[in-house]
Write a protein that binds this ligand. Structure first.
Ligand code: FES
Ligand SMILES: [Fe+2]
Length: 375
């Protein structure tokens, strides 16, 4: 019997002709492959799920559905953010549908079971009959919300659903090291949000697009002035991306022509650092084999006070830059219907080695999971 995942990945993994090929079309279109990614890539790694500043007060809750995993982030009374599976322990109803404040208890609307902000089950009214709130053999302490291992790094919330990835500081060390000495974290402040909604492309296209500098001069010719020759790629463990160092900074008003770092933390975290004073973080939420959602936060990094018009100008610039990218990734997706795409195309050994390294991580996670699952 042939192994469908191995069949998809075989040419990618074992054809070492130069230049290297990319992932074949099935990795971007096939529902089985997508399910394997949900159960491996987005289960075993540290996945980016949200922004800490969006949970301002105790009782604030934010749900997220990412790669088939339904989670909820909650801020408790001590000020900590915790992450749980977003399902009531009674009949598994989805507890939180949208961002809100629940006060001191998260109450299920179906039969009024209630949970503390730390996930403990506090009430299961009439479960054992009228005015009997318990039944023999039912342990309240075993029926709290199911917690998910989480880590907050600056403003960014990560979850490791399997619970057995290395500690976040180890997993993300190459990324942390690359930013730690450049950014004064005390001065970083969120100044705006861009919500792009749904993009009709596989999640990997948006990641791959971000970590290769090859397209920038062509796709962003009207919005950026960063010559290709000044770029270099970055491949450092789970941190992949590119950088550009310019001799003179032109600025970020109207056009982008500054020294930058474009860094991704596998699988779905993206941070762009635009020296001397801007940072952008993208939340990429895979929602299906051929769709994802994306939002982006804009941060200042020097504590500078920007006028409303300046903020709007920046948002406008970034909106256009992203739309240029979205058009390309949607056309990459459309190209995957071609027979030609089965071979995966070819990757530049200079400008797209970061893309190949990213794809190697995906292929490794998916095939390891498939083999584990079969035996
Ligand atoms: S499903 Fe939540 S209380 Fe019944
Ligand atoms: Fe781009």
């Amino acid at each position: 019997m042939s192994n469908p995942i191995q069949t998809i990945l075989q040419p990618f993994l074992f054809n070492d002709s130069q230049p290297r090929c990319g992932l074949p079309s099935a990795a971007y279109t096939d529902n089985e492959f997508w399910k394997m990614e949900c159960h491996s890539v987005f289960f075993n790694n540290w996945v980016f799920i949200g922004f800490a500043h969006e949970l301002e007060k105790a009782g604030d809750v934010v749900p997220i559905s990412l790669a088939g995993h339904n989670l909820v982030m909650m801020r408790n009374e001590r000020g900590d953010i915790r992450v749980f599976h977003n399902a009531c322990r009674h009949r598994c109803l989805q507890l939180v549908m949208e961002k809100t404040n629940v006060g001191r208890l998260l109450r299920c609307p179906y039969h009024a079971w209630a949970y503390s902000l730390d996930g403990e089950l506090k009430a299961s009214p009439h479960f054992g009959g009228t005015n009997r709130h318990n039944v023999d053999g039912f342990e309240t302490t075993h029926n709290g919300l199911v917690p998910v291992r989480s880590h907050i790094w600056h403003d960014w919330i990560f979850a490791n659903i399997s619970g057995d990835a290395p500690p976040f500081e180890v997993y993300a060390e190459p990324l942390i090291q690359r930013l730690e000495n450049i950014v004064d974290w005390n001065r970083v402040e969120c100044i705006g949000t861009l919500n792009f909604g749904e993009i009709e492309a596989n999640w990997k296209f948006i990641m791959e697009n971000f970590i290769e500098p090859y397209h920038v001069q062509f796709v962003h010719s009207s919005t950026t002035k960063q010559p290709l020759s000044d770029h270099y790629t970055i491949i450092d463990g789970k941190c992949l991306g590119s950088g550009v160092d310019l001799d003179s900074e032109v600025g970020t008003h109207g056009q982008l022509a500054v020294s930058s770092r474009y860094l991704a933390l596998y699988p779905n975290f993206i941070v762009g650092l635009y020296l001397p004073d801007q940072l952008g973080v993208y939340l990429n939420i895979p929602t299906g084999a051929q769709t994802l959602q994306q939002s982006r936060k804009l941060y200042t990094t020097e504590g500078q006070r920007l006028a409303e018009a300046e903020i709007e100008g920046l948002k406008d610039l970034w909106w256009h830059v992203h739309k240029e990218d979205h058009e390309m990734v949607e056309r990459l997706q459309a190209g995957r219907t071609s027979l030609v795409a089965q071979q995966g195309g070819v990757l530049s050994p200079v400008w797209e080695d970061s893309v190949r390294a990213f794809q190697d991580l995906v292929a490794h996670d998916v095939s390891r999971h498939y083999n584990h699952y079969r035996h």
